[in-house]
Design a protein around this ligand. Structure first.
Ligand code: F0G
Length: 353
C-alpha cells in the first residue's frame, strides 16, 4: 500500500518502522520548474525555481504531512481523524481517510473556502461542518475534540504533519544538489515554514546538503498576525487559504525566519492577485491565490534590492489554481467571445484577416 510516496522515499528521516502500514497516494516528487520568464520580467540577475506542490494527489502540499499523520493514526488504532481547515487540509484529510478506511470530520469557516476544496471534502465523504466563525474558531473546537482518545487531530499541531512536510525541503536539495540561498513561501497557520526549516536543517546535519537558505515567509496584509505582532481577530484576504489570525506554529515560524536570517513579511491582496496572473501568464503555472503570496513576496523583495545577484531562489507554490476557479475567472481580466459558427466570425473575433 506504501507505493512511491514521501514516506517510502525518505523513511530513514521519518518516524516509521518496518512494520508500519503506510497510507499513501504517491504524494511528493513534485516538479521544481526553473522559471526564466518571470525572472526576465522582473529584470534578471538571479535563478528561480518554482516547487509546484499543486501537483500532489489532492492538489496541495498538505498531502506530504497527511500521509504521515494518517499512517500514524492507523498505527495508533484510532477510528476517526479531525481537522480545522481553510480547505486544503480538509481535502487532504478526507482523501487519506478514505484510503485508510477512517472516519473524517472537517470543520471549515462558513462560506470561506473555495469551491474546489468543498467539492473534495464532500466527494470523499468527510463529515463536513461549517462553523459560523473563522479558521481560528474552528481550530479551537478541534483542540477540544482532540482531547478524546478515539479521535486524532491531523492539523499541523500534530507533529507527524511537520515530519511529512519536511520532505519537500529534501526534494529541493536532492534536485538542486544543495540547499538554495533563499526559500520563499506563503504563511498561514505557519506549519509549512516550520517544516521546511526542519527539513533543511536535518538534511544539512546528515551531510546531504552543505548550507541553509534564508526562509522568506509571506502573509496576506489583512491576515498578518506575525508581521503585526498581535492576533488578528477578524482576518480578511482574497487568499482564503491563509485567512488566519492566530497561527498555531507562530513561534516556530519566527524562529525559522530569525535563525535563517530571513524574514516574515506581508503583501496586499492586489499584489497577490497580480502575482497570481503574472505566474500564469509568464510561466504557464496556475496556482491558487494563497500560493501567489510567495511570488508576490519575490516581486516585492526584488524591487527592494533584497535578492542578491546570482542567488538561487526557490518558491513553493502550495496549491493548484483549479482549487479556486471563481477567483481565476475574475482575476484573468479577460473574457471569452461568443460567435456564430462560421470561420469569418472566428477570424473577426481573433483579429485576423
Ligand atoms: N498555501 C495554501 C494553498 C494553504 O492551503 C495553506 C494553508 C498555506 C499556504 C499556508 O501554510 O498553514 O502551513 O502556513 N492551509 C491550511 C488549511 C491552513 O487548512 O488548508 P501553513
Amino acid at each position: 500500500m506504501g507505493g512511491h510516496g514521501v514516506i517510502q522515499r525518505y523513511r530513514e528521516f521519518l518516524p516509521v518502522s518496518e512494520d508500519t502500514c503506510i497510507i499513501s497516494l504517491n504524494e511528493g516528487n513534485t516538479p521544481l520548474i526553473q522559471s526564466h520568464n518571470l525572472v526576465r520580467a522582473l529584470g534578471g540577475g538571479f535563478r528561480l525555481f518554482v516547487k509546484y506542490e499543486g501537483l500532489n494527489p489532492t492538489a496541495s502540499f498538505k498531502d506530504r504531512g497527511m500521509t504521515m499523520a494518517v499512517t500514524k493514526a492507523v498505527e495508533n488504532g484510532v477510528r476517526a481523524i479531525v481537522c480545522a481547515s481553510t480547505g486544503n487540509t480538509s481535502a487532504s484529510a478526507a482523501a487519506y481517510a478514505s484510503r485508510a478506511g477512517l472516519v473524517c470530520v472537517v470543520l471549515i469557516p462558513e462560506g470561506k473556502i473555495s469551491y474546489g476544496k468543498m467539492a473534495q471534502a464532500l466527494i470523499h465523504g468527510a463529515k463536513t461542518i461549517e462553523v459560523r466563525g473563522n479558521f481560528d474558531d474552528a481550530l479551537d473546537l478541534v483542540r477540544e475534540l482532540g482531547t478524546r482518545d478515539d479521535i486524532e487531530i491531523v492539523n499541523s499541531i500534530n507533529p507527524f504533519r511537520i515530519q511529512g512536510q519536511k520532505t519537500a525541503a529534501f526534494e529541493v536539495c536532492d534536485e538542486l544538489g544543495d540547499a538554495p540561498d533563499m526559500h520563499f513561501l506563503p504563511v498561514g497557520n505557519a506549519g509549512n515554514i516550520t517544516s521546511y526549516w526542519t527539513g533543511y536543517n536535518e538534511y544539512r546535519d546528515a551531510g546531504k546538503s552543505t548550507s541553509l537558505p534564508m526562509m522568506m515567509g509571506w502573509q496576506a496584509e489583512g491576515s498578518a498576525p506575525i508581521v503585526k505582532g498581535h492576533v488578528i481577530t477578524s482576518p480578511e484576504t482574497v487568499a482564503t487559504a491563509i485567512r488566519i489570525g492566530n497561527p498555531a506554529s507562530w513561534e516556530q515560524a519566527v524562529r525559522a525566519s530569525e535563525e535563517s536570517s530571513g524574514a516574515i513579511d506581508c503583501v496586499s491582496d492586489d499584489e497577490i492577485l497580480d502575482a497570481h496572473r503574472m505566474l500564469a501568464r509568464t510561466e504557464g503555472i496556475f496556482v491558487e491565490p494563497a500560493s501567489a503570496a510567495g511570488i508576490a513576496g519575490i516581486v516585492k523583495s526584488y524591487a527592494r534590492g533584497g535578492i542578491p545577484p546570482e542567488s538561487t531562489v526557490v518558491v513553493t507554490v502550495t496549491g493548484h489554481g483549479l482549487k479556486d476557479p471563481g477567483i481565476a475567472i475574475e482575476n484573468a481580466k479577460a473574457s471569452s467571445v461568443v460567435v456564430e459558427p462560421n470561420i469569418q466570425s472566428v477570424l473577426d473575433a481573433i483579429g485576423m484577416e
